[in-house]
Design a protein. Sequence first.
Length: 401
Amino acid sequence: MTDWADELRRCIRCGACREVCPVFLQTLLETDVARGRLARIERADQTGRFTTADCEALTLCLQCGKCTEICKAGVAVPDIVRDAKARAGCATALQDTALAFLGDGVAMERLTRRARTFAGWLTKTTPDGSGLRLRFALPYLQKSRYLPKPPDAPYLQNHAGRQADGEKPVALFLGCGAGWLLDQVGEAMDAILEQMNLTAAVPEQTCCGLPAWGIGDVKRAREAAINFLESFADYPAILSPCASCTAHLQQHLPLVLAGTVHEQAARKIADKVHDFFVWLHQQSWQPDLTERRVAVHVPCHTRRGVRGGDALNGLLRKAGAQIVALDESLEQSCCGMGGSFGVLHPKLSREIGLAKVRAMLAAEPDVITTSCTGCLVQLRDLVDLHQSHVQVVHAATLLNG
């Protein structure tokens, strides 16, 4: 963990972060904005201890990075908050158990199978048929929580272990969402690559480690990172359909393994990870959408983490899609998911994303799309709350036609 004392002193408490923090704009509490969080961390550092209240307050950071983007001093607030969670030991026993499942492919397969078995008892199907809502509250999941339908056969269950074929050997890293729940994402990627006469390898894989890294569980994050190195080290290009996974693997992997024997290998493999849509743009791939009206949510991780940034809008325009225009502040706003944030603070998470979804629906698009599986689930939840039947689909599914 890094000594952030000098970085903390660089914050001059100017309040610029108040203008952009999605959480503060909802709660209007000083403790919920970057300078308030930094003051809390600085105080804890001085006293030598973090309290339970400190941990609860730190979970209210979305890790979207908008504060750092506007900060004239460039204070790395998300990194400081994440490190503070690790120092404080904020991860609970239940969270650690959930992370253990994400790091075990066999356990995830069993969990998905059991979710299918009990889905009829625990959930009801949404009116548009896109997902499920819980009939009862469960740990970290409130009643009526939106969940994707567990597929009959998850993509990784069907394809893990497949070898690459074609002139450009590439491998797919699906992430937990596309690998175990949203099977149509991987199938769409396969179909697109088939148009390029390519078959991607699908190595055995677990979680990228972002959930663990985000809540400050360094041990679990490192386990996931080492699993990734062992599975993907031999591939020259690794394609991911999830902006959050991609940003983590490109930007954080060397940090997760810093000071270990794996650090240099992590730096090398991070350079081989590509956002699927940036990679398609670089290959000059030509899709065809025949002038559909599309509302696009660009994930925060794409804007401030993915190497190459937002290539999806360019691909959609190239395909003939009509991109729905939103007010600039809404167009750049967070959907409110933020990984564990959306689980720990569901009401606030929804409130953050509602304005953007209302604006999207008011523009009467044919479809809403995004390139992050977490954002996709959030957007489907918010669209369903509006009782709208506008489809919300992953960008790979949309581009595949």
